[in-house]
Design a protein around this ligand. Structure first.
Ligand SMILES: *[C@@H]1O[C@H](CO)[C@@H](O)[C@H](O)[C@H]1NC(C)=O
Ligand SMILES: *[C@@H]1O[C@H](CO)[C@@H](O)[C@H](O)[C@H]1NC(C)=O
Ligand SMILES: *[C@@H]1O[C@H](CO)[C@@H](O)[C@H](O)[C@H]1NC(C)=O
Length: 398
């Protein structure tokens, strides 16, 4: 006989009378609590919540099961990966520490070596990319775009505001996320995911979730010009602008629209200059974009494959408002499924995908190709990944 059976009917009734008002009033308090947005959540257009099925090129495979976990229990959410002109690979984690990933004597073992601690009080450095002189351009939340000198460890602010045009109010850059530097080092194309901060909170994962729940596209594609020291807006109204990459000829720039599971192409030169078209649609939320070294393809990280709740939540503005108030760990998050996609650099057609449907590596945020290896950044995991013998692995999934 369990404890509950020994309690008399009368005491169960008394307990219920005592507990239910407390639970009820907590529920009422929760429902009436303000959401962390500035405006009421909006219905999300149907086109935005549509994503490609995990079929054909996107059908699950086990290619990422060969990934080697690197920096285990040292790194925390190493989101972006970037390579220096001399082929060294770096990442920055959410404690704002820059690490170099080192291969140990050409074997399949890797170690991470701390290069610099930026200090968490100085915000989160998300995307990074080197210029040919070895300086590093960094996207910082919430402060803007910086130049970092690895020798002197000096950070120089490049921009935190879009250059004021006549008749337009100045607009702060709050969520610089990913970037691409032109071959002549003069221009930096970068995304600004949302145009606000949430009471100074800079956890990018939290900010992105809040923007999804809110349902308002606030992202844009910006360009910083070193020569004139000006920043211009190239695109706006993107639903969490994320990965950015330039074509090899620099005739177009790509920007990933995370919650719309798609990539836009903005033509920079040629007869279509200034026009935008859809370059690719993907099977889930799209994160960083990187061109392959041969220039023939782009790697895109799909952080949350098959976001099945997304179409269901589309019209549920009240429910989304309440979900936004839940503690981080209780609110819906990405599926545990690793997915990166290789896209043809001209047509945008997916050539193949590499996956880990069992999610040993999942929530992949970036993929860069260096010397026949793919380096994978992640959000929420305590390591980054290295996939060796990339050409051999890709042959096995085609
Ligand atoms: C870093 O700073 C030093 C000292 O000012 C300078 O000599 C060097 O050229 C800088 N490096 C880069 C890559 O700008
Ligand atoms: C942010 O973007 C939204 C959507 O485009 C716009 O309505 C709003 O005015 C912008 N806010 C600021 C402060 O620029
Ligand atoms: C660029 O312009 C900004 C103001 O928009 C200024 O704060 C900054 O010092 C300038 N940087 C350089 C390198 O001239």
């Amino acid at each position: 006989m369990g404890f509950w059976d020994t309690v008399t009917q009368e005491w169960k009734y008394r307990l219920l009378m005592f507990v239910s008002p407390a639970v009820l009033s907590m529920l009422i308090m929760f429902i009436n609590a303000p959401a962390p947005f500035m405006i009421e959540p909006q219905v999300v257009p149907l086109d935005i919540t549509r994503y490609e099925p995990l079929e054909g090129v996107f059908a699950p495979n086990l290619a990422l099961q060969a990934v080697i976990a690197v920096g285990q229990d040292v790194l925390r959410s190493p989101e972006a990966m970037f390579a220096s002109p001399d082929g060294k690979v770096y990442t920055i984690d959410d404690r704002a520490i820059l690490y170099q990933i080192k291969s140990l004597r050409g074997s399949s073992e890797y170690a991470v070596e701390q290069v610099h601690a930026f200090g968490q009080a100085n915000g989160r450095n998300l995307g990074g990319e080197f210029r040919s002189d070895g300086s590093l351009v960094l996207c910082n939340v919430p402060r803007g775009l910086f130049l970092f000198n690895l020798t002197t460890k000096k950070m120089t602010l490049l921009t935190d505001t879009v250059t004021v045009e006549e008749g337009k109010p100045p607009s702060r850059i709050f969520h610089a996320n990913d970037l691409a530097v032109s071959a002549d080092d003069q221009r930096v194309f970068f995304s600004d995911s949302v145009n606000y901060t949430l009471q100074g909170r800079v956890n990018p994962f939290h900010v992105s979730k809040m923007n999804a729940f809110e349902g308002v596209p606030r992202g844009r594609l910006l360009m910083y010009d070193f020569e004139s020291n000006t920043t211009s807006e190239l695109m706006s109204g993107l639903y969490f602008a994320n990965g950015v990459a330039l074509s090899k000829d620099e005739d177009f720039v790509l920007v990933a629209e995370c919650f719309a599971s798609r990539i836009h192409r903005l033509w920079l030169t040629g007869p279509k200059a200034g026009q935008v078209d859809i370059f690719a649609r993907l099977p889930g939320f799209t994160d960083n974009l990187n061109r392959s070294p041969d220039g023939l393809s782009f790697w895109v990280a799909v952080t949350a494959p098959d976001p099945a709740l997304w179409p269901i939540l589309r019209e549920q503005t009240k429910l989304r408002k309440h979900l936004s108030k839940l503690p981080q760990r209780w609110s819906p998050g990405p599926s545990r499924h690793g997915l990166v996609v290789n896209l043809d650099a001209r047509s945008g057609e997916p050539r193949y995908s590499l996956q880990d449907p069992h999610g040993y590596i999942s929530s992949i945020t970036s993929a860069i190709e260096v010397d026949d290896k793919l380096y994978l950044g992640t959000i929420g995991l305590y390591f980054c990944g290295v996939l060796e013998d990339l050409r051999k692995v890709t042959r096995s999934v085609i």
